[in-house]
Design a protein around this ligand. Structure first.
Ligand code: UDP
Ligand code: MG
Length: 346
């Protein structure tokens, strides 16, 4: 077993929550137990809750929890930015040691933390939980998720582990690397895959939500899938090229045949249905290709604006941990960690 350097012997659990007031109190005892276990394991244990602009009582529930445990830090974003950005904001605040990402709804069991830490000790940088079962999720969600991971696996050159979400432990050097990736369209699973280093997966049963309902509707998931594919693959653009080439070849052959027919047998001006069919088909193909280009162009436009990724409304560091006030509004920053990117944990 490798020794983690003293300066890195810290573990922060990062939990992004959006309207999870019902769930947090139920999850807290399990988290506390996990933090205690990490402390027994010789690590300094912290918990960071990110309130992703919740409209319910989430923030006051968090404050209540934090007032009872000095290990808890709180971060509130200026509005709802979505899970990927909320996680980014949380991970940006982990100044030391490793981070463990967890969902707020109890679907990712905190009881597995010691297993994750053990793998970190063995020298792994990205220890991710891979779902072997998804209780409490409908057939449709399971089937679409299954299909999505396989599709993106084929389309993208970045290795993205299947059936693996954000439930993972990131070593200090992975965190430092992640801080350098400041793109606005953040498909975290892809970013983790892009970083590389030593990765290992821990199979686990995904439990149903403790309470409340999923924040990801079918429409949001569809957009999420589109985000993933366009952020990590340009294959759709190539599909447009191939469909274009194929239809141009068919059009050329058909055009030649029409000319030949006219020369051999004259032209009785028939073929209205054929003409309409061809026009509509080509028009459709062109619109689809334009739409595809538009998707990429739109993303380019968003990136070009260079806005900060998020804004912080309130930052409450854990008791006894120094915070750096100058880092508060730096969601856009490249100010983090570049110099520590090469740090080793082992
Ligand atoms: N979440 C968030 N911001 C959002 C939507 C969700 O921080 O805009 C958090 C949510 O509170 C939960 C996690 O992301 O901790 C996963 O969300 P959810 O359980 O709704 O997704 P599912 O497990 O159904 O995919
Ligand atoms: Mg969930």
């Amino acid at each position: 077993m490798n020794e983690i350097p003293t300066s890195d012997r810290c573990l922060t659990m990062v939990i992004a929550a959006y309207n999870e007031a019902e769930v947090l109190p139920a999850l807290q005892p399990r988290i506390t137990a996990a933090l205690d276990a990490a402390e027994r394991d010789g690590l300094e244990a912290r918990l960071l809750y990110v309130d992703d602009g919740s409209q319910d009582a989430t923030w006051s529930v968090m404050n209540d929890l934090a007032s009872r445990d000095p290990r808890i830090a709180l971060l509130r974003l200026s509005r709802n930015f979505g899970k990927e950005i909320a996680l980014t904001a949380g991970l940006d605040r982990v100044e030391r040691g490793a981070a463990m990402i967890l969902d707020a709804d109890g679907q990712d069991p905190p009881e597995l933390l010691p297993q994750f830490i053990a793998k970190w000790r063995e020298g792994f940088d990205d220890v991710h939980g891979t779902r072997i079962a998804r209780d409490g999720e409908g057939v449709f969600k399971r089937a679409t998720a299954h299909g999505f991971y396989r599709l993106i696996g084929r389309l993208s050159k970045t290795p993205i582990p299947r059936d693996t979400g954000d439930f993972r432990l990131l070593s200090p050097r992975t965190l430092a690397a992640l801080r350098q990736l400041r793109e606005r369209h953040r498909f975290m699973k892809g970013l983790f895959g892009w970083i590389g280093f030593n990765q290992v997966s821990i199979p686990y049963q995904r439990a149903p939500r403790i309470a409340g309902s999923s924040k990801f509707s079918a429409w949001k998931l569809w957009n999420f899938a589109l985000e993933g594919i366009t952020s990590f693959s340009t294959a759709p653009l190539r599909v447009a090229t191939y469909v274009g080439i194929a239809s141009a070849m068919v059009a050329f052959a058909y055009g030649s045949w029409i000319i030949l027919k006219a020369i051999l047998w004259g032209d009785p001006v028939a073929g209205w249905p054929t003409m309409m069919a061809v026009i509509l088909f080509l028009g459709g193909v062109q619109l689809v290709a334009l739409g595809l280009i538009g998707e990429y162009l739109g993303r380019l436009y968003e990136e070009s604006k260079q806005r900060p990724l998020y804004l912080v409304d309130c930052w409450q560091p854990a008791g006894g941990v120094d915070s750096n006030p100058s880092s508060i509004l730096q969601g856009a920053g490249h100010a983090y960690g570049a110099s520590t990117a090469g740090n080793e944990i082992a």
